[in-house]
Ligand binder design. Structure first.
Ligand SMILES: *Cc1c(COP(=O)(O)O)cnc(C)c1O
Length: 460
């Protein structure tokens, strides 16, 4: 932490962290040296740390707290279900009411022709399920050689072995000998970072054509599926150029392969539509869901599957796959209540019509800042690219400017995440216009502080 700790409890918890906790996605040297920030409570779009600081959570936890913190209805739903039936499995020809009601509620929201849900405990498990399900599908179709799944460099599909392999995060592949065999990657549609001299539209077409190139290279007869996030989240809120998805759809229509949309971030309203696949009209065969499904109040994920795929699976007898907590009744009850809130309070409609346009307008005002090379976003997703040179898109390269900015944000009551030198936001869907003003004003202040610190250190 950059400020000295004043609450003795903070030191106590930081000691526990050092002594006993192995944290996910953390730099262990730095964590040991500085200790974690301890978050103790939350309400609405705000969290509080153990030092008593109130912080606007511009990331909705980890993209998940759609309906905001402190929703007692979700607490009550969990409590009621825990009293009624805290656990039963959905294996071996059993089920329980919450899982069935939730499957129906999801099917009502999902794109036409996608009426079945396989539940998991997380997004990663959802993508592990995808890998096994698409290979099982092709085997049942009499094409067992169709096994290869095409993912994208810098895509994120979770942290299990299959999830991390389907994803294209170099830092993850380096640890644990990934990807596993049968998974290949194509370039991402990241114009700002990789578009070179092409226009965004030209680059979008180029990036889409890499899919066709890869299908031809691997051979259509060997390809099971293509998996992609409608908008890459963890990779840096990468909004594809307008030409990208139409061109990908055109390519997919020419080849007999399944299309998997990883909706773990985009799903349940983040784009202002129920799914990113609605926003871009993608018509996928499978959709991975998690995060916004329960607003993060309790872990749950799943895969929504197209009827035509289900018909084939139904011919296949046993699907030898499942998790103890697939369709966990308490998680299902919370998911159901979360969907009720999203629907009855018309939260997705309000995002689309009112708050997302406002957030996007206000965010783009930051484009005039000397450090900012691009501001982009869709719905309740935004990215701010920090650059050394606005015209050439030249970066600071490995000087940790994104982390400097993130530190200023934390110290000034705002959570923005840094992906390299890309600052990203994904606030709760319930954020109000007044809170959006606060978010953008704080972001500008922190950009100023970052610029000051850079020029003081003369690292540019
Ligand atoms: C977070 C995420 C996952 C993984 O979900 P977990 O619940 O962390 O396993 C998968 N795909 C995308 C797009 C994600 O953002």
């Amino acid at each position: 932490m950059s400020k000295p700790v004043s609450n003795p409890q903070t030191l106590h918890w930081q000691t526990l962290s050092n002594d006993h906790h192995l944290a996910p996605f953390s730099d262990y040297n730095q964590l040991k040296a500085k200790g974690p920030r301890i978050i103790t409570k939350a309400d609405g779009v705000y969290i509080w740390d153990s030092e008593g600081n109130k912080i606007l959570d511009g990331m909705a936890g980890l993209w998940c707290v759609a309906v905001g913190y402190g929703r007692d209805e979700l607490v009550q739903a969990a409590s009621r279900q825990m009293k009624e039936l805290p656990f039963y499995n959905t294996f071996f020809m059993t089920a329980h009411p919450p899982v069935l009601e939730l499957a129906k509620a999801i099917a009502e929201l999902a794109p036409a022709g996608m009426n079945h849900v396989f539940f998991t405990g997380s997004g990663s498990e959802g993508n592990d399920t995808v890998l096994r399900m698409v290979r099982h599908y092709w085997k049942l179709k009499g094409k067992p050689q169709k096994k290869v799944i095409i993912g994208r460099i810098n895509g994120y599909h979770g942290s299990t072995v299959a999830g991390a392999s389907l994803g294209g995060m170099v830092g993850m592949h380096e640890q644990g000998d990934l990807p596993i065999p049968g998974i290949v990657h194509i370039p991402q549609p990241y114009w700002f970072g990789e578009g070179g001299d092409m226009t965004p539209d030209e680059f979008g077409v180029w990036a889409a054509e890499q899919l066709e190139k890869k299908i031809l290279e691997v051979g259509e007869d060997n390809v099971a599926a293509f998996i992609a996030e409608p908008i890459q989240g963890a990779g840096g809120v990468i909004i594809p150029p307008d030409t990208y998805w139409p061109k990908v759809k055109e390519i997919l229509a020419r080849y007999d392969i399944l299309f998997v949309a990883d909706e773990v971030i985009c799903g349940f309203g983040r784009t202002g539509e129920w799914f990113g696949s609605d926003y871009y009209d993608l018509k996928p065969d499978l959709m991975t869901i998690a995060k916004g499904l329960t607003s993060g109040y309790i872990p749950m994920g799943g895969v929504i599957v197209r009827d035509t795929v289900v018909e084939v699976l139904n011919e296949g007898g046993d699907f030898n796959h499942g998790f103890t907590y697939s369709g966990h009744p308490v998680a299902a009850a919370v998911g159901l209540e979360n969907i009720r809130i999203l629907r009855e309070e018309e939260i997705v409609e309000r995002v689309r019509a009112e708050t997302a346009p406002y957030l996007q307008k206000r965010l783009r005002e930051l484009a005039d800042h000397p450090l900012v090379g691009e501001v982009r976003g869709v719905g309740m997703l935004g990215a701010i690219e920090l650059v050394k040179n606005k015209q050439t898109r030249e970066r600071f390269e490995g000087q940790g400017v994104g982390m400097i900015c993130r530190g200023h944000c934390f110290d000034n009551g705002l959570i923005m995440r840094a992906v390299g030198d890309t600052m990203i936001i994904s606030p709760p869907l319930v954020i109000s216009k007044v809170e959006i003003d606060e978010l953008v004003d704080k972001a500008r202040k922190c950009l100023d502080l970052t610029a000051d610190q850079i020029s003081d250190a003369a690292i540019n």
